[in-house]
Ligand binder design. Structure first.
Ligand SMILES: Cc1cc2nc3c(=O)[nH]c(=O)nc-3n(C[C@H](O)[C@H](O)[C@H](O)COP(=O)(O)O)c2cc1C
Length: 204
């Protein structure tokens, strides 16, 4: 079993990556049978989608192959996204243009939104509404919104608001346990059901 964690902020460093690293550490400590792979969009490692991707461009194939291998061998995902002007960052939307049903399809995913204040609901709504149609990623009903993120999940205890920090650590741990359960339950589903239809490559 493998869970891939995608950190959706282009900033370097970013609070989203801090949260993503906490999630990776939590999975490693609490779910020893689960392997993890963290991929960060810090500094925009992926160029914007262009038409040559659909024309078997060698450069794109070489760039995407190692990432496709990591994603297609994953059984579930954690999508960490900051709220930027009420939206998901463009680099994360680009990620969903570059990877599709063969990497993400019919695999559970936990959304973790991040806000420096009391935002974070818009990117959850955006991902749930518009990022799954063709790739068929399955967002689980539980999500996490890490509000006032600068005050939680820091390595130095003194930097944390103790009550909020404890709350988010417990809530993230529980949500990851749920995700692990979905990932285990969905694996046989993908093996036993015809999830890739010749005619219906895209969702409606
Ligand atoms: C371009 C930009 C726009 C932002 N817009 C919002 C916003 O609409 N709502 C919000 O709660 N925070 C907003 N923030 C603040 C982020 O919540 C904050 O930067 C937080 O640390 C998460 O982003 P990060 O992962 O890039 O650090 C914005 C930050 C940036 C860089």
């Amino acid at each position: 079993m493998k869970i891939a964690i995608i950190s959706g902020s282009h900033r370097n460093p970013s609070q989203s990556e801090k949260v993503a690293r906490h999630i990776e550490n939590t999975l490693q400590a609490e779910q020893p049978d689960i392997q993890t792979w963290l991929y960060t969009l810090a500094d925009n490692p992926l160029p914007l989608w262009d038409q040559s991707i659909w024309e078997d461009n060698a450069e794109w194939n070489a760039r995407l192959a190692p990432l496709k291998e990591q994603l297609s061998s994953s059984d579930g995902f954690v999508i960490v996204t900051p709220e930027w002007h009420g939206q998901v960052p463009a680099g994360l939307k680009n990620f969903f243009l570059l990877f599709g049903r063969f990497e993400l399809g019919h695999k559970p995913a936990l959304i973790v939104a991040v806000s420096s204040a009391d935002g974070g609901a818009y990117p959850v709504a955006e991902l749930r509404m518009s990022s799954y149609k063709n790739n068929r990623i399955c967002y689980i009903p539980e999500h996490v919104i890490v509000r006032n993120v600068e005050k939680v999940l820091n390595e130095k205890e003194a930097d944390n608001n103790a009550g909020a920090d404890a709350y988010f650590r417990e809530r993230i741990s529980w949500a990851l346990g749920l995700l692990a359960g979905y990932a285990k339950a969905f694996k046989p589903l993908r093996e036993n059901v015809n999830i890739h239809h010749e005619k219906f490559g895209n969702g409606m």
